[in-house]
Design a protein around this ligand. Structure first.
Ligand SMILES: [Fe+2]
Length: 272
């Protein structure tokens, strides 16, 4: 199935599929319930929600986050990463069942991705119902340092790297749930010639691929206004996921700067 066919098929499923995912997620225990947020945080959030609702996805104006020795990373990855198998129901996701688009197979048997956590402050992982592994290999320290220096987190809980093995159906993550971007990812490397990672706007029901510019590999989206997922054509890519408590003032600054730089390079019309 080509990228265009995939895109058309996903959108053909509207509105029922997307609505089911939204309803499941709204009923779920998202991270706001695990970590009650201070009043000031919620108030500032209202301001950010008005200001940034229009963002579907956005490149982040920071230098590329990367390994100084990418080949060594790939060697460590092959040695240490594990298959992620689902071990619990994720209420934030639709049950793929036997739907050929959402998944012909189940991720309890066939892993959809490999993973390796490279940073973790709690003993368990939050909202991640899959098998996982933490690496303490020193090669990851430079990535941890770049994330902490460049991205707008007050406190990072976890960082992990994924490598998709199959298409990832559209879903929400069990994290924060606001109308402004809270999800940050870094495309560490990507062997695909075209973008594969996409978001779907829950209001407009439109799918946009994350088509990164040359000068950054970091991007963001809202885990409330957008579903996300990925096509898969057999090529490798490694994505870094960062979970943590955002510093909202720093977030505001970095979003403004990134909009200024990239608003006319997006594949949708950003209205603010
Ligand atoms: Fe996800």
């Amino acid at each position: 199935m080509s990228r265009e066919e995939f895109q058309a098929n996903i959108l053909k499923k509207d509105p029922a599929t997307i609505q089911t995912v939204i309803s499941n997620h709204l009923a779920s225990a998202n991270m706001q319930q695990c970590f009650p947020l201070p009043k000031e945080y919620l108030e500032f959030s209202k301001y950010l929600e008005k200001k940034y609702r229009g963002i579907r996805w956005l490149p982040i104006d920071v230098p590329k986050i990367k390994f100084s020795n990418p080949e060594e990373f790939k060697r460590v990855w092959e040695e240490e990463s594990i298959d992620s198998l689902r071990v619990a129901t994720d209420v934030g996701e639709i049950d793929p069942g036997d739907d050929p688009i959402l998944n012909a197979t189940t991720d309890r048997v066939y892993p959809h991705f490999k993973n390796l956590f490279i940073y973790k402050v709690t003993e368990d992982v939050v909202g991640f119902p899959y098998t996982w592994k933490l690496s303490t290999h020193p090669i990851f320290q430079e990535i941890i340092d770049q994330v902490k220096t460049l991205l707008p987190f007050f406190s990072v809980f976890e960082m992990n790297i994924f490598e998709s093995q199959l298409p990832i159906p559209p879903h929400f993550d069990q994290r924060f749930f606001f109308d402004y971007p809270t999800e940050f990812r870094v495309m560490i490397d990507d062997d695909n010639s075209q973008p594969t990672f996409y978001v779907i706007d829950t209001e407009y029901k439109e799918l946009n691929f994350v088509d990164l510019p040359e000068d950054t590999n970091t991007f963001c989206w809202s885990n409330k206004t957008q579903l996300h997922g990925s096509t898969f054509f057999g090529n490798k890519k490694h994505i870094l996921v960062i979970a943590g408590m955002l510093d909202l003032e720093k977030l505001d600054v970095i979003l403004e700067r990134s909009i200024e730089k990239y608003q006319y390079k997006l594949n949708y019309r950003l209205e603010l």
